[in-house]
Design a binder for this molecule. Structure first.
Ligand code: BDR
Ligand code: CA
Length: 323
């Protein structure tokens, strides 16, 4: 089977780490590179966390680069109340030893896209800053981007404000550049990511397995589920970012609506909110530019994550790592 080449721009982040695991385990994707955005924490921290995840998955062959230190216009406002001071508090991991690329995120994305014989999908699970910088700087490469799959926004929900979700709210100008680029777009917003919930009583599915990756996931879930209980009163851990990966590998698990999608950047009250047209019949208009996921088969989704941990465990063993 021909794999879809992907580049993941992320801000790990507990759920970003789980998204990376899902992507690295999939036989349908080939991860060409991982780039880090400033979002959940400063880019120095998210980039270090990205390398920690690559190391735990025995994928130190994948290049990792650091992106911009701040959004295009907003000051950076990080989320320690959800992800802790390190951006990935909970699991105790050694400092990463694999090197970080000398190129910036946008330059690495351009290089990997240019070198790829096939069009590449861009998966964005943090603020869109790096993706926007890449799109602005390399217009001739747009045709080599097969699609952009991103976690952000919501049709009916916000979390950072009543109307805006964290990733989009952090850098609305960048999100608008990405969404108005004309590149096929898949959006996984809070409507669906809150349905892709692992409930607290299910964390033991990971904890009961003694292998490294299962324990890592259980540590992530304990911390993330804990902060979500405290800050948002949710009954589990919403798997926001892995939706943008599993949507590519298992689209049959999701229900989508086609629509126009953009971002409100002007109004003070709704800055960072998605703008879309979900009126019945609107999807037949010429201006449709993407699809938004609104529902997911939660149990199917959980099975994909459990299988991903099995796969990474096997891959670690094959490479001589302790299980
Ligand atoms: C998004 O914000 C971050 O906290 C998560 O990693 C996810 O990408 C959810 O609003
Ligand atoms: Ca994220």
């Amino acid at each position: 089977m021909k794999k879809l080449p992907v580049i993941i721009d992320c801000d790990p982040g507990h759920d970003d780490a789980i998204a990376l695991i899902a992507a690295l385990a999939s036989e349908k994707l080939e991860v060409l590179g991982v780039t880090a955005a400033a979002g959940n924490q400063t880019v120095e921290k998210t980039e270090k966390n990205a390398r920690k995840v690559l190391e735990i998955c025995a994928r130190t062959d994948i290049p990792a680069a650091r992106g911009r230190t701040k959004p295009l216009r907003n000051p950076l406002s990080v989320a320690p109340e959800i992800h802790g001071d390190s951006g990935m508090d909970g699991p105790l991991l050694p400092e990463p030893s694999m090197p970080v690329c000398k190129e910036s995120a946008a330059v690495l994305i351009a290089k990997l896209v240019e070198e790829s014989p096939q069009p590449v999908a861009l998966i964005v699970t943090g603020p869109c800053t790096n993706a926007a910088v890449f799109l602005l700087a390399y217009p001739h490469l747009h045709k080599k981007i097969a699609k952009i799959s991103l976690m952000g926004g919501g049709a009916y929900l916000g979390n950072r404000t009543a109307l805006a979700e964290f990733n989009i709210w952090t850098d609305p100008e960048a999100a608008r550049i990405v969404m108005e680029s004309g590149i096929p777009l898949e959006v996984y917003g809070l409507d669906v990511t809150h349905k892709a919930m692992i409930y607290r009583q299910e964390f033991s599915l990971f904890r009961q397995r003694k292998e490294t990756v299962f324990q890592f996931l259980a540590d992530l879930l304990d911390f993330f589920g804990g902060t979500y209980l405290e800050a948002r009163h949710l009954p589990g851990a919403p798997m926001h970012d892995s939706c943008a990966v599993i949507g590519l590998t298992n689209p049959e698990l999701f229900t989508y609506r086609e629509t126009t999608i953009s971002v409100e950047t002007e109004s003070a009250r709704s800055r960072g909110a998605l703008t879309m047209d979900l009126r019945p019949g609107a999807e037949r208009q010429d201006s449709v530019c993407g699809k938004i996921a609104l529902d997911v088969d939660r149990e199917g989704f959980l099975k994909v994550l459990l299988r991903a941990c099995e796969t990474i465990t096997r891959q670690r063993r094959e490479k001589g790592y302790a299980s």
